[in-house]
Design a protein around this ligand. Structure first.
Ligand code: ATP
Length: 333
């Protein structure tokens, strides 16, 4: 199979005095070559922890406790730091939520591009100059702005600079953590369009971390839904949105406006809050918030299983999903 990244039973725990917070719990999914995969879920579900694990820029108290992340024949979970460091930027690049966090305000953006192009890529000054101009052109910024400082760019432009930086050494995979979250909808759409164009043009893969299912609907080929540290559904995006199997996915769908239309229809947030990851419940983690939970759901944790080709779900009632979807669509009175 043509997978760039295969995540299998990945668990990541934060060790804090007296307890372990398992932020990612036996997560499995694939990133096909040349595709955009969304990682979606509410705040605290572990998506940032997982995304950072792909470049292993995780906190000191974070430990990968089990599982593997196979990338191009190498396991990112166990790769020695030196080899991992060689992969960063060159093979896997990261775009953070707010580019202000990755761009140093003290340096002109040209200097920061040079750090990657010359420092990491080994380019000469002349080569780096040509490449920097080319990168700015790719993301639609005039080359004369290379001499500007980060604060001279708008939020949207800064995200473009961060994308240019990520593309610098022609990586195979870009991991973007909420790359458009802080921006208004018009700018969001422009940047997502651009990411999609670049992804197609360059044939790279992108992992798009977002809490916003409308972002996923807009550009992701496949979508991995996370809840309380677990993958609860994994499917091509079109099927996921038209025939979601997990009640959490059904709920997410009703909780966000459509990015492409101007946001019509009523939005229904999912009531309640996710469980404490230091003390997760024994049954299904979504049961307390699920309108369809049974005693069995509260007692036994469902595992992620293949429901149809390319569609996995962790729900005891997935076989009844069609009826549950109808019920979910009828607002309670
Ligand atoms: P958000 O969108 O808010 O960033 P997220 O889905 O990306 O949320 P993570 O940031 O991965 O979630 O956090 C997952 C869980 O791990 C949360 O319960 C969080 O409190 C916990 N956590 C994150 N970083 C640490 C840390 N350094 N030490 C202890 N716990 C942490």
């Amino acid at each position: 199979t043509d997978h760039l990244l295969t995540v299998k039973d990945l668990s990541i725990a934060y060790e804090v005095p007296g307890l372990d917070i398992v932020a990612v719990s036996r997560a499995s999914f694939d990133v096909p070559k040349g595709s955009i995969v969304g990682l979606v879920g509410e705040s605290g579900c572990g998506k940032t922890t997982m995304a950072r694990a792909f470049t292993r820029i995780i906190s000191d108290n974070a430990k990968i406790t089990e599982g593997s992340m196979m990338f191009d024949g190498q396991d990112l979970a166990t790769l020695p730091e030196k080899a991992m460091n060689a992969l960063r930027w060159r093979d896997i690049a990261f775009v953070p939520q707010s580019a202000m966090n990755s761009l140093d305000p003290v340096y002109r953006v040209e200097y920061q591009l040079n750090e990657v192009l010359r420092g990491r890529g080994g380019m000469t000054r002349a080569q780096a100059k040509v490449r920097a101009e080319e990168l700015f052109e790719m993301v639609g910024i005039e080359a004369n702005r290379l001499r500007d400082y980060p604060h001279q760019f708008s939020g949207g432009m800064r995200q473009r600079v961060a994308i240019a930086l990520a593309l610098a050494l022609n990586p195979k995979l870009i991991v973007a953590d909420e790359p458009v979250t802080a921006l208004d909808v018009i700018v969001q759409r422009q940047i997502l369009d651009q990411m999609r164009d670049l992804q197609r043009e360059l044939g790279i893969s992108i992992i798009m971390v977002t809490h916003d299912i409308s972002v996923v609907a807009y550009i992701c080929d496949r979508t991995v839904v996370m809840y309380a540290g677990e993958v609860v559904e994994d499917c091509d995006t079109a099927t996921l949105l038209s025939e979601p199997l997990h009640p959490y996915t059904m709920g997410l769908k009703n909780a966000f406006p459509d990015i492409a239309s101007a946001g019509s229809g009523t939005l229904t947030p999912i009531s309640g809050a996710p469980p404490d990851l230091a003390h997760p419940p024994s049954g299904c983690r979504f049961a307390a918030r699920c309108p369809f939970a049974t005693d069995h759901c509260r007692a036994v944790s469902p595992v992620l299983e293949k429901h149809a080709e390319g569609h996995s779900v962790a729900c005891h009632r997935a076989h009844e999903a069609a009826q549950l979807r109808e019920k979910a669509a009828q607002p309670e009175t």
